[in-house]
Design a protein around this ligand. Structure first.
Ligand SMILES: [Zn+2]
Length: 142
């Protein structure tokens, strides 16, 4: 019988817990993006995803955006907002974009449908919230 992994001892779980929902603003660096991406990939996606290229952008249109590379189903480009309301929101956004990355790898179809929400429970184990969109004043993330 496989030994059940104690999620609360993973680095990902500890990282998520250490940031309060209503923390101060958070401005991620590229290495913050890579670090949280790596931990989510390891714990939730079984290391099946390939490190994307990240770009930090200033925009009021979205928190994160995932774009598949047409010539290569294993590759995506992610744009991440330069400024988040909290670190939790940054982590939730990264998880959301990573589900899109998984969708791209699996069937090149990015949705917010049942296939997208297959990951909700696994992410919830780490207190990461997967939603269709996260409020952005009058804007919404997609
Ligand atoms: Zn989305």
């Amino acid at each position: 019988m496989a030994k059940k992994k104690d999620i609360t001892r993973t680095k990902l779980f500890k990282m998520v817990q250490s940031f309060d929902e209503h923390d101060a603003k958070f401005r991620p660096s590229i290495s913050d993006c890579r670090e949280i991406w790596r931990n989510i990939n390891r714990n939730v996606f079984n290391n099946e995803l390939k490190m994307p290229s990240f770009r930090l952008v200033y925009t009021k249109a979205f928190w994160g955006e995932c774009q598949g590379v047409l010539e290569d189903q294993t590759q995506v480009k992610m744009k991440i907002n330069k400024s988040f309301l909290s670190k939790r929101l940054f982590i939730n956004t990264m998880a959301h974009e990573m589900v899109h990355q998984w969708e791209w790898l699996t069937n090149e179809n990015m949705t917010h449908g049942p296939q997208f929400f297959l990951w909700r429970d696994q992410l919830a184990n780490y207190n990461i919230t997967l939603s269709r969109c996260y409020r952005m004043k009058h804007y919404r993330l997609d």
